[in-house]
Design a protein around this ligand. Structure first.
Ligand SMILES: Nc1ncnc2c1ncn2[C@@H]1O[C@H](COP(=O)(O)O)[C@@H](OP(=O)(O)O)[C@H]1O
Ligand SMILES: [Mg+2]
Ligand SMILES: [Mg+2]
Ligand SMILES: [Mg+2]
Length: 318
């Protein structure tokens, strides 16, 4: 089956959401706190509103599973007004009630075919003026079929800021500037490309196990320091051959943490379609259609493919 329309709707939604996020970012965003103490901003809410509105209009039958919901916003008129103000730069006649309803379109359930979205992945990076990603993925029969990832703060080779990664199952992965222009097809690091045998990991030490990640990298023969970067932009770095490995091992401080599907779905298909491999730390494939959290999986290993088994082995021994 062709996913041409799904791909185009997701691209347009991601670009609109990225515009809203960049507008908020220029004004130095402030964080609100969610029940789990993690940060959220008006841009996370605005981005989810725009994406859900677009997906729901184009594919009314499809469920949407998004990270955010509007419960807190509905009881905070001032913040809801701020979110609405930003949404209005792209949808001029949007009302606060509509904005809250669009956000809550993301409260759908995982099923046979559904969308998952992370309106801002790497909110902590966004707040630091570092990297973040707007991530949208279509899941069908447990597998990601389409993935679109906008990384508005990521520099391209040309020096321009703002990268858009797109992948469709069986059709390869591409990268282009968010502003448009040449579409480049992506290829992971080749086995003999010693210079790019680097690895990426999170900036946030609490989102992984940096000491174990570094020990494993050393064991597989990496000599360069890791590149630390927020968000699923790390998948983009592996897909575009700028690093051969991304490791995300369970933090010893949060051993019961389980990964959310929206934190990985879009990035994973981009890397796979660029020729790479994505598994949990035990080598199992990631079950994107079973639930919002991947309860039976821990740790994420993303590689160019050729080094994957060596990394899994080194992990077992570590
Ligand atoms: N203890 C933990 N271990 C692993 N990931 C965590 C975590 N606590 C939060 N996260 C996730 O880490 C994501 C950011 O990833 P990264 O560290 O690669 O930038 C967050 O996404 P959001 O920013 O969308 O909430 C959040 O879902
Ligand atoms: Mg979050
Ligand atoms: Mg996220
Ligand atoms: Mg998020």
């Amino acid at each position: 089956m062709s996913y041409e329309r799904e791909k185009q709707v997701a691209i347009d939604a991601a670009i609109a959401a990225a515009k809203l996020c960049q507008e908020v970012r220029r004004e130095i965003p402030v964080a609100m706190e969610k029940i789990d103490k993690s940060p959220v901003t008006v841009a996370d809410y605005g981005s989810q509103a725009l994406i859900c509105k677009a997906l729901n209009a184009a594919f009314p039958e499809d469920a949407i599973v998004g990270e955010e919901d509007a419960t807190d916003l509905r009881s905070n008129a001032e913040q809801l007004q701020k979110v609405t103000h930003h949404v209005q730069s792209l949808v001029p006649d949007a009302t606060p009630e509509q904005v809250a309803d669009w956000i809550d379109c993301g409260n759908g359930d995982v099923g046979g075919r559904f969308w998952t979205l992370d309106p801002i992945d790497g909110t902590k990076g966004f707040l630091r003026q570092d990297q973040y990603a707007v991530a949208i993925a279509l899941i069908e029969d447990n597998e990601v079929k389409v993935g679109v990832m906008a990384c508005p703060a990521l520099k391209l080779e040309s020096g321009e800021e703002g990268a858009l990664f797109v992948a469709v199952r069986g059709e390869g992965a591409t990268m282009q500037a968010i502003s448009g222009g040449t579409v480049r097809s992506l290829q992971v690091v080749a086995a003999d490309d010693v210079e790019n045998m680097r690895f990426v990991e999170s900036v946030e030490a609490s989102h992984g196990d940096q000491s174990r990640q570094n020990a494993v990298a050393k064991a597989v023969g990496f000599t360069a320091e890791s590149r630390r970067m927020d968000s699923q932009a790390k998948y983009g770095i592996v897909a575009s051959g700028q690093a051969a490995l991304y490791m995300r091992l369970p933090s010893p401080k949060t051993p019961d943490y389980r990964e959310n599907i929206w934190d990985h779905a879009a990035g994973a298909i981009v890397v796979e379609e660029a020729g790479g491999r994505v598994t949990d730390m035990h080598g199992n494939s990631l079950p994107f259609g079973m639930g919002k959290k991947m309860v039976n999986n821990q740790g994420i290993v993303v590689s160019n493919g050729t080094i994957h088994d060596t990394v899994l082995k080194a992990l077992q021994d570590s």
